[in-house]
Design a protein around this ligand. Structure first.
Ligand code: OGA
Ligand code: NI
Length: 373
């Protein structure tokens, strides 16, 4: 049985990592399956390499000198004269931090709580029901996966995910598991509307017409990722999510009250504290590329925790694998002789395929598309 081994995988000479990964994958019960089996120590393929842990020591911990407060932007007064101030704050946050939180964003708390509860209900279904959704197929619209990059990454993460592509082609609600169907559809509709507002503000922040990014199809598609981070028996030895930047235009993230999300800012890991009712917004790789580095897509990660489960719902604004011929590169209107294009153009399919093939390896996918390395 997966997880029966309590000795971090025993003898290095006989350890067959691929076989262990396959055994875990074929259990189709994810990290929650391991946690439920009552293991007291982690299977070896979850362990962060010692050099990763050592590299962290100088840039995290309570003694870290950087005290950044993640900006909180109030969207409540956009129509009442607050728009210029909000645009200025979005520009400042997008350029300097790459992350901010929004409050008074229009999505009721009942919907926020409801969608996290719905995701939790899915992950806590009996294993034999969830098995039917377990998949690694690239093209599948609704799937339950543990570690999308299980076979590519240096070590596995203590996290399971329900991944749902909600558009551009409208998802047939019947494809969603019944326990979370209505809430995911409702959240999808509301988070898309918020995305539209944010892309308008981001367009204005770049000095463009409010609908510029909308016309570039930035809100045409999105995926919802319902992450489940079970309580972890040895949180210091693994990660909930390895450091990465997001493979999309923009992410709107709803996290519960447990915490653990951190961003990398001026060589330090800084907490993104849960703020009740707020949503976390971060610039994705594609928007960094389109804004020619004005906006920053920054590294972030999630720590594993003795306390759990932690739930989060990420909304990735991306067309994902939708067949479009549109090419994405630095926006012409913001380029000049002094500000030449820093990236070549790419199709979304090329970008997403490259990102997924690389896995979360601690490097930026953007490097691959940069003109001057
Ligand atoms: C992501 C992500 C953070 C979280 O889905 O890309 O960074 O808190 N999630 O789950
Ligand atoms: Ni992310």
């Amino acid at each position: 049985m997966v997880g029966a081994d309590d000795s971090h995988g025993a003898d290095p000479a006989t350890y067959d990592r691929y076989r262990e990964l396959k055994r875990f994958d074929e259990s189709k019960s994810g990290v929650k399956g391991l946690a439920d089996s009552g293991i007291a120590s982690l299977p070896r393929f979850f362990l962060r390499p010692p050099e990763d842990i050592a590299a962290d020591r100088h840039c995290s911990g309570p003694a870290a000198p950087t005290r950044l407060e993640i900006p909180v932007i109030d969207l409540g007064s956009l129509a009442a004269g607050g728009r210029p101030a909000a645009v200025a704050r979005v520009l400042e946050a997008g350029r300097e931090v790459g992350f901010f939180q929004v409050v008074n964003h229009g999505i009721p708390e009942s919907v926020l709580e409801g969608v996290l509860a719905a995701a939790r209900a899915f992950h806590e279904l009996p294993a034999e029901v969830k098995v039917g959704y377990y998949s690694r197929e690239m093209g599948r619209k609704v799937k339950f996966t543990s570690n999308f990059d299980l076979y590519e990454s240096k070590h596995a993460n203590w996290r399971d995910t329900l991944f749902c592509v909600m558009g551009p082609e409208p998802l047939d609600p019947l494809e969603l598991p019944l326990v979370c169907r209505d809430m995911m559809m409702e959240y999808s509709r509301q988070v898309k509307a918020l995305g539209t507002t944010l892309f308008e503000l981001l367009s204005e922040a770049l000095g463009l017409k409010p609908d510029h990014l909308l016309k570039m199809d930035c809100t045409k598609g999105h995926a919802l990722l319902g992450h489940y981070y079970p309580a972890c028996p040895e949180p210091d030895l693994t990660m909930g999510t390895t450091k990465h930047s997001d493979p999309d235009f923009l992410t709107i993230l709803l996290q519960d009250q447990i915490g653990g999300l951190q961003i990398y800012y001026r060589d330090q890991w800084v907490d993104v504290p849960p703020v009740a009712g707020a949503l976390v917004v971060n610039i994705g790789d594609l928007l960094q590329l389109m804004s020619n580095d004005i906006f920053k897509s920054v590294w972030h990660r999630v720590l594993a925790n003795h306390v759990g489960p932690r739930l989060s719902m990420a909304c990735f604004f991306t067309l994902h694998l939708y067949p479009t011929t549109r090419m994405y590169g630095p926006i012409k209107e913001i380029l000049s002789e002094d500000r030449p294009a820093l990236y070549r153009e790419t199709s979304l399919r090329e970008f997403v395929t490259y990102y997924d093939s690389k896995g979360l390896d601690g490097t930026s996918a953007l490097t691959h598309f940069r003109l001057v390395k």
